[in-house]
Design a protein around this ligand. Structure first.
Ligand code: GDP
Ligand code: K
Ligand code: MG
Length: 270
């Protein structure tokens, strides 16, 4: 099994990678960019862990950031290990939602539990896990606490989440997903929902991928039609902004039940 390690920058990815993998690591570059590709073997000596660049969103702002999208589009991913900073959940969960929409099994490593505790943030791990529909293991990657438990969870997590719908993006987006599905008219490999959302968010690498199957004018028309409808219905001009808002509302709701903060200023809302 190949597991992709993914998370925001500075969430402890390198620390976790080192705890989970033995010394069988090899290094190269991702194709087309100078970003280092690191692959390690988990301590069970069977499963591989692939380190990906730290990003805040799957929508690439640079060629280097496109590594993750291109990996999602062209490589085989058995499972995604998403590392989160427990003290920055609101920000971190934006990427998590995009990852969940991709549809492959996901395990979450909830890192920086010591930092969260220091800041008076109590995360109800069971609640969070129930809300997101994936296993979550609390860890402290700096010391290695919880990492063995996380490794066990990864190996036993074979759940498929293809049809999960998390955020209700409304009729306009749902219709676009169906339209794209018809336009693609090919055996289903990638989630149409994920492809549609990424396209509408402005992911140029997803657009290029779709252009291999669909005429560019048709792709542009699909986006334009959605944006016209969103503008009419909600007065919002960009699909990107609309999707971000809907996701943020969902995350807010999840955190309301999954987090108790002893701090009046609600640090977790950063
Ligand atoms: P990356 O940028 O995602 O690869 O993160 P690193 O593994 O380089 O970690 C970033 C910083 O956070 C380093 O100084 C780590 O020592 C520290 N760090 C990682 N995990 C933890 C943790 O669980 N608790 C604390 N307090 N610090 C951590
Ligand atoms: K770092
Ligand atoms: Mg790193």
């Amino acid at each position: 099994m190949e597991v992709a390690l993914l998370g925001n920058p500075n969430t402890g990815k390198t620390s976790l990678f080192n705890h989970l993998t033995g010394s069988y690591e090899y290094v190269g570059n991702w194709s087309g960019v100078t970003v280092e590709k690191k692959v390690g073997v988990l301590k069970n000596k069977t499963d591989k862990l692939i380190d990906l660049p730290g990003i805040y969103t799957l929508v690439p702002l640079s060629k280097d950031e496109g590594v993750v999208t291109n990996f999602f589009l062209h490589d085989h991913v058995d499972q995604i290990l998403n590392i989160l900073d427990a003290s920055q959940l609101k920000r971190n969960l934006q990427l998590t939602m995009q990852i969940l929409e991709y549809g492959q099994p996901v395990t979450i490593g909830l890192n920086m539990m010591d930092v969260a505790k220091q800041r008076g943030i109590h995360v109800d791990v069971n609640q969070l896990s129930a809300k997101l529909g994936v296993p979550i293991v609390p860890i402290i990657a700096r010391s290695g606490k919880g990492c063995n438990e996380l490794a066990k969870t990864i190996v036993t997590n074979h759940s498929i989440h293809q049809e999960r719908v998390f955020v209700d993006y409304g009729r306009e987006i749902d219709e676009a997903v169906l339209k794209l599905e018809k336009m693609l008219n090919e055996s289903k490999v990638l989630s149409f929902r994920w492809l549609t959302l990424q396209l509408l968010e402005g992911n140029q690498d997803v657009k290029s991928y779709l252009a291999e199957f669909i005429k560019l004018e048709e792709i542009n028309k699909l986006v334009r039609d959605v944006e016209e409808k969103l503008n009419k219905e909600y007065g919002i001009h960009s699909a990107d902004q609309f999707i971000y808002q809907r996701r943020s509302e969902f995350i807010e709701e999840v955190l309301t039940t999954a987090i108790q903060s002893s701090n009046e200023n609600k640090i977790y809302l950063t």
